[in-house]
Design a protein around this ligand. Sequence first.
Ligand code: G16
Length: 540
Amino acid sequence: MPFEEVTQKSAHHPKPVGLVLQYGTAGFRTCAKKLDHIMFRMGLLATLRSKKTKATIGVMVTASHNPEEDNGVKLVDPMGEMVTPAWEGYATELANAEQEGLLPTLKDLIEREAIDMAQEANVFVGKDTRCSSESLSKAVMDGVCALGGHYNGLVTTPQLHYLVCCQNTQGRYGEATIKGYYQKLSQAFIQLTKNVPNRTDDQKTLLVDGANGIGALKVSEMETYLKKELQLSLFNDGSSGKLNHLCGADFVKVQQRAPKGVEISAGERCCSYDGDADRIVYYYTDSASRFHLLDGDKIATLISTYLKDLLTQAGLDLQIAVVQTAYANGSSTRYLEDVMKVIVRCTKTGVKHLHHAAQEFDIGIYFEANGHGTVLFSKLAEEKIQQLARDSNANDERKRAAFTLHNTINLINQTVGDAMSDMLLIEAVLAIRGMTVQQWDAIYTDLPNRQLKVKVADRRVIDTTDAERRTVRPEGLQEAIDLLVKKYRRARSFVRPSGTEDVVRVYAEADTQVGLRGGEHNLPCGETLPDRDSLVFSQH
Ligand code: G16
């Protein structure tokens, strides 16, 4: 039993007495200085999970969209999906055990899960480019080594999910290397776009804001594999700016303005990744210098239109659904349900919830408005598409559609939302459909909306229900929101505690910007509404 080594090594990663942290929306996230013991313990937990599942498990060290000073860690299960809720619970128990309670908690977990400690364990560890990620990932390795493991280095979050899935499917999902990832995605992209007639240089060019993070490094590595079929102008590549500071997908989505450091000419297509490259949003400015955002909702609409048309051309009867969260713009939901006639589901925030909901359909497209999402194809859907592609009796149009669907599946990282894969998919769809970014934007018009963060003493006093669209605690809060909302047309608003930052998030939308601002006189206690910058004061 390696418990002596655990005791010995854990002494180098002591838990600050009384510190309590919770496995949240995307694992543990807080100021990097508080995380050393958590990392060590997550190394232990990942190793146990690997022994339990007899498969490779992933550990990603990142705080994604959070400021550079923060860091975080999350576990990745064998098929590249998020770890199960039961193991999230174990993670919280292990994280919060005081130093002397660590071993008893560990032993209890081993007994409860009947883990065979003689079973070999394999853990992939990935990390982003934060300064703190180097030493924190070493702490994870210390935990892994106390029970036995393998290390993987700098990767984006979705690359780690991909590697874990490839490893556990013995290469059926793809080659379990970063080169294998680039090859799979770029070959699919080239196949999809090679027959598109007359693609101009403008259509092949895209501006990318790398958020000064790992995505910037990795997208440059991938570019050579794309053989000039897509040419990227990379900004915020990490050479000088600070991670996520005034740039990146979260900044662009929340502020609804272009990131710092990107030189945009009118009409040019641009996109922003977040700090670990699992989110993407698109945008452009028009000739009047007005900024236009194409967020996760617009991405989901573009992709579902494309897939629905391909299914019609292929004559395949497969059920498509789109999964959203409370943040989805009301116009997008209305368009999907009323015009496209696809099933729409709403889940709690957190890709783990959307992912599970999407698995219930033949084709489940899930996107959070913040740009985090992907498409899942059921086994049955993939088989039907393959069969049609091989069917010698099928007509040319049906076969062509089946091949296109097949290459589309190869282009998508089905394990988790992936900025690079989503970017290639969007670029392929725009090319195939001959659409400009303006035409894409015109599919429907967003309701004006605003999102802000509010710092409170204890965000856990807020409890929500109905996929976080309503609060049940504290008393009176929901009634106050309802009173305000009913004064405006097509208005909606909700508050929820963040699972990744120590803030409460507030969302509102209405049919006009004036309605959204509430008209100064309608605000409680005669307050006036601050401008957008001061509304997000808790950014700092
Ligand atoms: C993470 C989750 C997302 C979620 C976001 C914000 O994103 O993966 O699903 O939307 O946090 O969550 P919350 O509002 O609970 O703070 P990321 O990109 O930071 O990993």
